[in-house]
Design a protein around this ligand. Structure first.
Ligand SMILES: CC(C)(COP(=O)(O)OP(=O)(O)OC[C@H]1O[C@@H](n2cnc3c(N)ncnc32)[C@H](O)[C@@H]1OP(=O)(O)O)[C@@H](O)C(=O)NCCC(=O)NCCS
Length: 166
């Protein structure tokens, strides 16, 4: 396994992982018709230009098995905050890949003195992700009650978490 900065050639592989996760889990704000393969490359480029980063994890065969998207706030007053989005291929869950990706993101942020904080929102029906974030030091900063409507119309909370990095 090797964790490295993503290139635009990785965008399609990130899209494919996302597509499967979006279709088969209840953990993303996006639903399948809202996902767009062209948009992935555009978002990645724009994010790099804006001072953010994307890292990918590749396996022994150099296939991409996970990603972390670190996006910097574009407005001055939130330019010290980096928002996180991440995903690991379902067949590779619980092998420590998410932990490595998130640690890599934290280390990247720590090296950028302008970044003061990492932030994310996680649905309350996603204990695996919540456990991962808490394990690496993220704290709950707020809970948006009943913010998310799942496919079965059930409502879950959006849990806002943060980590001070510099
Ligand atoms: C969340 C996600 C990125 C985690 O990646 P991962 O590679 O499985 O993470 P890791 O294996 O490094 O760590 C997962 C941790 O959750 C724990 N865990 C697994 N199932 C769990 C459960 N049902 N409840 C609580 N904790 C659980 C594991 O034991 C592990 O903790 P440990 O290292 O202390 O043992 C991955 O599951 C994923 O892509 N999920 C779908 C997309 C998603 O939810 N993205 C985040 C949206 S905010």
């Amino acid at each position: 396994m090797n964790c490295r900065l993503a290139t635009v050639q990785d965008a399609i592989h990130i899209y494919n992982i996302k597509k499967d996760l979006v279709a088969n889990t209840n953990f993303f704000i996006t639903i399948p018709p809202e996902l767009n393969s062209q948009e992935e490359e555009f978002l990645m480029k724009r994010n790099f230009d804006n001072g953010g980063a994307t890292f990918v994890m590749e396996d022994e065969k150099k296939s991409i098995v996970g990603f972390i998207f670190l996006s910097k706030g574009s407005r001055q007053r939130v330019s010290h905050v980096v928002n996180i989005g991440m995903g690991v291929k379902r067949e590779n869950w619980s092998q420590g890949i998410g932990t490595i990706l998130l640690n890599t993101g934290i280390e990247w942020a720590q090296k950028n003195s302008g970044i003061k904080k990492l932030a994310l929102g996680v649905f309350s029906n996603n204990p695996r992700a919540i456990k991962l974030y808490e394990k690496l030091g993220f704290k709950v900063e707020g809970v948006k009650k009943d913010e998310i409507k799942l496919n079965d119309e059930n409502l879950v909370d959006d849990i806002l978490m943060g980590l001070k990095v510099n």
